[in-house]
Design a binder for this molecule. Structure first.
Ligand SMILES: [Zn+2]
Length: 145
């Protein structure tokens, strides 16, 4: 199976666009800081992320955006975390093995349980459906033009 080639610039622009459209203020952490700091402040619609230079940084940024505009962001920490990842995967231009590994590691640090693992599995079905509808939409648009 081939996956679409998504360039770094596409990922960086995607994050900027999502933030602009959703009125989210982005603060970029310096790449000189050794410890990555990804934070979301829903009350002020502000996120701190690293510059989007690889897939890992990209999906982590999407995850923080998910804390601002994703669903189920008023529950327990584990609920908010898993749903911010669901948002990330649903909106990502591409979801790679690296992305999956980063998500697994992050949820592992929160000691996710069977409940969250089940949500992650169940929600992957809707991602496939969504990707399909995006493809169909693009095709229709081109047909019109
Ligand atoms: Zn989080």
């Amino acid at each position: 199976m081939t996956r679409p080639l998504v360039k770094r610039i596409d990922m960086a622009l995607h994050i900027q666009e999502l933030c602009a459209v959703n009125n989210i203020t982005v603060k970029y952490q310096s790449l000189h800081d050794e410890t990555p700091r990804y934070v979301a402040y829903p009350s002020t619609r502000c996120i701190t992320i690293r510059p989007t230079k690889n897939t890992g940084y990209y999906v982590s940024a999407l995850h923080e955006i998910g804390h601002i505009i994703g669903t189920n962001q008023r529950g327990s920490v584990l609920t908010r975390e898993i749903w911010a990842w669901v948002y990330a995967r649903q909106n990502a231009l591409v979801w790679t093995e690296t992305a999956e590994r980063i998500m697994q590691r992050a949820m592992g640090s929160y000691r996710w349980t069977q409940t969250e693992k089940q949500i992650w599995t169940e929600q992957s079905v809707t991602v496939e459906q969504k990707r399909l509808s995006i493809c169909n939409y693009g095709w229709t648009q081109r047909e019109i033009a």
